[in-house]
Design a protein. Structure first.
Length: 269
């Protein structure tokens, strides 16, 4: 017996659907395909660029639009069209990024299919290796001279510097939405962008009520979709703030928490 209230499932990738080896557990694959065969629509919602999400979408046989770059980019691969593309304001980006370049932050600037950095560090090289996203180096203080507005920005530094960055960015809330996921990093997107807002766009496109959506995540950027969904589930390894907004907490990503939640709330077993 299937729970007919849930018609759509939105899944974060890293720390949620994926285990610590960046793989989808076999059990989760089987469970997701089972609910899809019964008519439930499934999509992926991630901070990753689209190209880094596609192998997982193809593995699961997903046909719904995919949400990438924390909600700033929505792509309908089946119909080969872009449903949403919301970059930050270019002039404001240049202003704010100059501040952080002067403070020697490690900054990653995201476009649809690539990463731009001042200079590659070991993290940049590892990111390319793990996520399959190429990068371009523009040199010291070169980000402020970029000609195209990015879709996502990520700042990385020591916790005290990240706290300082968060304080600085409070004065820029008219232009940017800032999400702090870890002590060492925070992300910046266009002010109206969030995973929850992007999920609403897809649901409107597909004529699905948000009350019929199940969303599962683990980080700060997932809070918006957990709050917007009719059934918001936190992973066992989720941050404390996200757990406060969730209806329930499932098992961890290494224990196939996504599969467990789908079985519990949709397959009723």
């Amino acid at each position: 017996m299937i729970n007919s209230d849930i018609k759509f499932i939105a899944l974060d990738l890293d720390g949620t659907l994926l285990d610590d080896n960046k793989k989808i557990p076999r059990q989760a694959v089987d469970i997701i395909k089972e609910v899809m065969n019964r008519g439930v629509i499934v999509t992926l919602v991630s901070a990753r660029p689209l190209r880094s999400m596609l192998p997982y979408a193809q593995q699961l046989g997903l046909e719904a639009p995919l949400i990438s770059l924390s909600g700033s980019y929505i792509t309908d691969m089946k119909q080969e069209r872009i449903l949403l593309r919301k970059p930050v304001d270019l002039l404001k980006f240049r202003e704010i990024i100059s501040i952080f370049e002067e403070r020697n932050f490690y900054i990653k600037v995201y476009y649809e299919g690539q990463l731009v950095v001042q200079e590659a560090i070991q993290e940049t090289i590892e990111y390319k290796k793990i996520f399959g996203v190429p990068y371009t180096e523009v040199g010291s203080k070169g980000l402020r001279r970029l000609q195209e507005p990015p879709l996502r920005i990520f700042l990385y530094n020591e916790p005290l510097q990240i706290q300082e960055a968060a304080q600085i960015l409070k004065g820029w809330s008219e232009y940017f939405h800032v999400i702090r996921d870890t002590d060492h990093g925070l992300e910046i997107v266009e002010r109206t962008v969030s995973k929850g807002a992007a999920l609403k766009v897809i649901c409107q496109e597909m004529d699905i009520l948000m009350s019929n959506v199940m969303a599962i995540g683990n980080e700060g950027s997932d809070i918006s979709m957990i709050r917007e969904a009719g059934l918001g589930i936190a992973m066992g390894n989720a941050c404390a703030e996200l757990k406060q907004y969730a209806v329930d907490v499932t098992k961890t990503n290494t224990e196939c928490g996504v599969g467990y939640a789908i079985q519990k709330y949709i397959l009723n077993r």
